[in-house]
Write a protein that binds this ligand. Structure first.
Ligand code: XMP
Length: 509
């Protein structure tokens, strides 16, 4: 394991991902984890992340300097470098000029940490402070015009430090540097794979659940809960019960696919609750987006509870919690609530479960997909784009009715089909249609029509926090538009959403 100490940097998760991309397992822990606990995890290398503080602040995060004496290789990045310098007897000063963005770094050597890298390499910088004097035993191995000590190393103690960020993709040879640290300094073997992960996870589930234990899972049909179901099925077979609440607001073909996969490929004990009527009844007359979310969240829990109660007592509750949620909750984000994303977070407690099974807790989204493929889930399911919990309800502006759900569902299916046919389904990160509340005048045959306007929304994004509208080919848009107005009753106009996030959100509600 490579342990990453998180000093609150915005790229910390990326460090973990880059390390794992080298087939080396890594975990992020808070900077203030006691040294004994860190060592108990038997790390073969430690990475200190960047962070927003200045090492000279009175309340700046500090670590126990004994960490550097534990005989474990250390890589300090940005704040991690400055902290290392300070703790080991070097100096840190405010840079004359703050460096931010792409900077050319001159690498003084092409061996060791910098093995295989170009003498001048584009790197991503983001700092106000920098190391002004190396601690004893360190050598400077890279510089920029404004930063004379852009990287330093102490080979004897296997301590490496870089002021730039090797983990971001703007640092063109960053992965090479991380590989060098992992393979040349830490002696990693690079044999961490998804099938190895699956084997371990399946064994752990068997151990936890025991010979006769039973597990309950709320299956949404999304990637995460489906991968959890497949994994637990492989561990304990039909002692896994999946409850699938169909709220009638899923995309075309989705609920049938879920039923097919989990009754044929992974034949768990499968309970399908067809609750569309109830959801539509409760959504009648409701137009406010947050109220829609609230009603759907509440109904979902009630329907699920009813089904779960009917099943009698099961031993464990399984959840598809993934690593970014774990890291974020560990840090307690204070982000403002823009939209209340509904999930099943509070359910296990309400149902009286104290024991949780969360086999994806340590995985990033793309790793979950890779695991899904390894387990043999269908590709369409594994590569499914994100779909919001409240489903099509937040893609129908205004009141939700079964008729409107049908219009948005059919138009969405056409859009998805055409995007896939154009080979763009893995390049555009999220794409869907919206039934705008606008009706407009048209003509069909010789008749006047007064029907709905469908908006096409397609975005590219890395993290769904910011997004750009996808530059779809015009002929693709033309085909989608023609098909929607021809094939979907009551859709008479198609418009394209060309707004970035921010200021717009990805969904319309
Ligand atoms: P926004 O619209 O906030 O969307 O830019 C960002 C991502 O979150 C998804 N989303 C939701 N997911 N429940 C969910 O589970 C929700 O209420 C919800 N609202 C938005 C959205 O699809 C996008 O991927």
């Amino acid at each position: 394991t490579i342990i990453i100490l998180d000093f609150g940097g915005q790229y910390t998760q990326l460090i973990a991902r880059r390390v794992r991309e080298c087939h080396v397992y890594s975990e992020v822990v808070p900077w203030n984890m006691p040294l004994a606990d860190i060592l108990a995890r038997k790390p073969i290398g430690i990475i200190l992340s960047g962070g927003p503080s200045s090492v000279h602040d009175a309340d700046a995060p500090r670590i126990d300097p004994a960490l550097y004496e534990a005989g474990i290789p250390v890589l300090g990045i940005c704040y991690g470098m400055q902290l290392t310098a300070l703790l080991l007897g070097g100096a840190v000063e405010k840079a004359k000029e703050r460096e931010y963005g792409r900077v050319t770094v001159r690498m003084k050597e092409q061996t060791g940490l910098l093995g295989g890298m170009q003498p001048a390499s584009n790197c991503w910088m983001s700092h106000t402070w920098q190391v002004s004097a190396c601690p004893p035993g360190f050598r400077v191995i890279a510089e920029t015009d404004n930063c004379p000590i852009a990287a330093m190393v102490n080979e004897d103690k296997k301590i490496c430090c870089v002021q730039f960020h090797p983990e971001v993709t703007h640092t063109e040879e960053g992965t090479m540097l991380i590989r060098n640290f992992l393979f040349r300094f830490c002696g990693c073997s690079g044999d961490w794979t998804m099938s190895a992960y699956a084997e371990t996870a399946i064994r752990q589930i068997r151990e936890t659940v025991g010979e006769n234990g039973t597990v309950l899972l709320a299956l949404s049909g999304g990637v995460d809960s489906s991968v959890v179901a497949a994994l637990i099925y492989k561990a304990i077979g039909k002692r896994l019960t999946c409850v699938f609440v169909d709220h009638g607001l899923l995309r075309k073909g989705e609920s049938d696919q879920v039923c097919h996969v989990f009754s044929h490929l992974f034949p768990v004990r499968f309970i399908r609750s067809d609750a569309a009527d109830r959801f539509f009844a409760d959504l009648k007359g409701v137009t406010e987006p947050e109220e829609k979310r609230h009603i759907i969240g509440r109904d979902f829990i009630e329907v699920f509870k009813k089904e779960a109660t009917a099943l009698g007592k099961l031993d464990y509750f399984a959840q598809g919690t993934i690593y970014p949620d774990v890291i974020e909750s560990g840090q307690g984000t204070n982000a403002a609530v823009i939209k209340s994303h509904h999930n099943v977070g509070g359910l296990p407690k309400e149902l009286g479960f104290t024991e949780l099974i969360e086999p994806l807790r340590m995985l990033f989204k793309d790793e979950v997909r890779a695991l899904g493929e390894t387990l043999g889930l269908p590709k369409e399911l594994v590569w499914r784009q994100p779909f919001p919990g409240p489903g099509l309800a937040i893609r129908i502006i205004g009141e939700v009715t079964p008729e409107k759900a049908e219009i948005v569902r059919e138009s969405d299916a056409i859009f998805r089909e055409e995007i896939a046919a154009a080979g763009l389904d893995r390049h555009v990160n999220q794409y869907f249609t919206v039934l705008t509340g606008i009706q407009s005048v048209g003509v069909m045959g010789d008749e006047r029509t007064y029907d709905y306007t469908i908006a096409l929304r397609a975005v590219t994004t890395d993290d769904f926090m910011t997004a750009d509208w996808a530059r779809l080919p015009y002929d693709l848009i033309a085909r989608v538009s023609a098909r929607i107005v021809n094939e979907v009753p009551h859709a008479s106009r198609v418009v394209l959403d060309v707004t970035t996030k921010p200021p717009a959100s990805i969904e319309w509600e």
